[in-house]
Design a protein. Structure first.
Length: 237
């Protein structure tokens, strides 16, 4: 199913203002967390970047002064058009790098994100365009996360729901894995749960936090918490 538009960055001149990798990291994280409505909290940004709230707050003030974000007081920040574009394109280059590492170099999907984070900052717009063509313009990274388009616009999966909320017996296709903790990814790979795979819930015991899923005819026990990190689409919808 084709992706649906979520939000688009306005067209700007092709030349991009160079920013530091640290600024790109912050803007990329803000774009990942921003839902298009509610400001992104300083705490959430600090957590995703593994920095102290004080460090995050200081950097966000700088980004506000430079016009990349708009402070909404204690509620957090909202990316400006310029900040959203830089963040989205940084995210695009990282996820293209992930595809290259996994699909062409054989790097495991559990290790790809950490490796691609550094590579993404070194990819120029020219290399990005050639890389996208070389990879046949992929729309998602190996973990199923949407790759922002070349113009900086974002999209999201249609009909997405957490595996923890799918009705029992309903066949669903895995779209993405929200949590990219290496240990979790290794386990999901071990039991065969990856984007594109069809799964169904056999039973669910919320009282003990477990559910059984069918993956390729094999029953696997997973925690409800883990299932909440797997995004699927109901094939019968």
């Amino acid at each position: 199913m084709p992706p649906s538009a979520l939000k688009s960055a306005p067209a700007i001149a092709p030349a991009e203002h160079e920013v530091s990798p640290n600024v790109e990291m912050y803007l990329k994280s803000i774009v990942r967390l921003y839902d298009g409505a509610e400001p992104v909290s300083t705490t959430a940004i600090a957590q995703i970047l593994a920095v102290s709230p004080a460090s995050a707050s200081s950097m966000l003030k700088r980004l506000d002064a430079e016009g990349y974000v708009r402070h909404e007081g204690r509620h957090g920040v909202v990316p400006t058009s310029a900040g959203a574009r830089i963040g989205a394109l940084t995210l695009r280059r990282q996820r293209l790098a992930e595809r290259l590492l996994v699909d062409c170099l054989g790097v495991s999907w559990a290790a790809a994100r950490a490796e691609a984070c550094g590579l993404g900052h070194a990819i120029s717009p020219l290399v990005e365009r050639h890389l996208a063509r070389f990879m046949n313009d992929p729309t998602t990274c190996p973990h199923g996360h949407p790759i922002p388009r070349e113009d900086g616009s974002l999209w999201q999966h249609e009909g997405a729901v957490d595996l923890a909320d799918v009705a029992i017996g309903t066949p669903s296709v895995v779209l993405e894995v929200k949590n990219e903790i290496p240990e979790l990814l290794r386990y999901l790979e071990e039991i065969g749960v990856k984007p594109g795979v069809t799964v169904s819930v056999v039973s669910r015991e919320r009282a003990v936090g477990l559910q059984t899923i069918d993956v390729g005819g094999k029953h696997r026990a997973v925690s409800v918490q883990l299932a909440a990190a797997v995004v699927v689409r109901d094939l019968q919808a």
